[in-house]
Design a protein around this ligand. Structure first.
Ligand SMILES: [Zn+2]
Length: 372
């Protein structure tokens, strides 16, 4: 592997790895981790998720006897992510404008790998480092969900998966997703509409009765998909809606999901005599997590950033990531910035300096942890 973070990052984004198609990335990283004397294991999580490669779990051995420090990043990218042609323009790396760049999350991977390389080259004493590269994060945290968390040995950890280096995300909301299929009655819309029961109308009334948007400072709710109907001359008999709710507060999340259920059931009840019914389900996608500002995992990061003279911020995030799944197993993990910018768009980019600073940060975390 290249020891320069810019060239290594460029080599990683040149490897296609949209979700469920991570084989080449996993093979490359496995070889690179082995070259760093790591013990590496790929799991078979993809047999459950339908992809072509498993999660990669590695231990970079250390001369100081203590539990390892964990770094994790995901290897998959969103679409359009095939045939990424990265280019350096000024002080940034960008795509050619037809695909994402893949700095989400290959900037994290590059910073971890190059930091390990530097630590190895230095010959300095250090604690062991645990590395987890997950698959299919972008399609519902599938890799982290399928990974056997009892394998994790670390005392604390960092998920490198947010924006500026120095950004520390200490918590993220719980998310539930819901789906409702409304059943009405089909009829010819021009000949005998009175024999029909319009499922689109019932779904619309139910949606209008739902609490949506920003509910409060820590709670949101959205209907994002509506599907149904066959033709303008048919009274539709079936409509499906899909949505989600998030909150940092589990009780509020439960309340909002109950409100959604009530909006749906009370609407359908008004049409029950005409034959309306609904199939509704609501499932938990992931649990919230929250790490205290004075927790060692945060203090270690703050000390490293101060030492490197990198400005830092602490706060809570609005999205789910592998940290939601991995912290549920008891290891305190926070999400840290890598420099990725405008992610999930074809304008995605990263500053060259951010990649360098992100690598310094990981290296400093390893030494800082080793001295604790
Ligand atoms: Zn990401």
């Amino acid at each position: 592997m290249q020891n320069d973070v810019i060239s290594y990052f460029l080599s990683l984004v040149a490897i296609d790895s949209e979700s469920r198609d991570e084989r080449r990335m996993i093979d490359t990283l496995k070889a690179d981790l082995e070259a760093l004397d790591c013990t590496v294991e790929e799991d078979d999580c993809h047999h459950k998720t339908g992809g072509n490669a498993g999660n990669l779990h590695a231990i970079f051995p250390g001369s100081i006897q203590k539990p390892p420090i964990l770094f994790c990043s995901h290897v998959d990218t969103v679409t359009p992510g095939k045939g990424i042609k990265a280019q350096i323009v000024g002080d940034k790396i960008v795509s050619d404008g037809t695909t994402v760049l893949g700095s989400d999350d290959k900037s994290g991977i590059a910073e971890i790998m190059v930091a390990l390389h530097r630590v190895k080259q230095s010959g300095k004493a250090h604690a062991p480092v645990e590395i987890l590269f997950t698959i299919s994060e972008e399609i519902g945290l599938l890799g982290a969900k399928g990974f056997d968390k009892s394998k994790l040995k670390s005392a604390l950890g960092y998920a490198l998966d947010t924006h500026r280096v120095g950004e520390l995300v200490l918590g993220a909301p719980s998310q539930n997703s819901f789906k409702a299929t409304f059943h009405g009655k089909e009829a010819h819309a021009g000949v005998e509409p009175e024999k029909g029961l319009n499922a689109i109308r019932i779904a619309s009334e139910a949606i209008a009765a739902m609490p949506l948007g920003r509910i409060d400072f820590e709670t949101t709710c959205n209907v994002g998909i509506i599907q149904g109907g066959e033709a303008t001359n048919i009274v539709p008999n079936k409509v499906t809606i899909k949505g989600e709710a998030r909150s940092h507060n589990p009780q509020k999340l439960e309340r909002i999901c109950n409100d959604i259920r009530t909006a749906i059931q009370s609407t359908v009840a008004r049409y029950e005599a005409q034959g309306a019914r609904v199939d509704f389900n609501c499932v938990q996608e992931y649990k919230s997590f929250s790490v205290a500002e004075d927790a060692p995992v945060v203090q270690l990061a703050v000390a490293a950033l101060r030492k490197l003279d990198i400005p830092f911020t602490t706060g809570k995030g609005g999205g789910g990531s592998d940290a939601n799944i991995l912290t549920a197993n008891g290891i305190p993990i926070i999400i840290t910035g890598t420099g990725m910018d405008k992610v999930h768009t074809v304008n995605e980019c990263i500053e060259l300096d951010q990649l360098r600073l992100g690598t310094d940060f990981v290296e400093e975390l390893i030494y800082g942890y080793s001295e604790l």
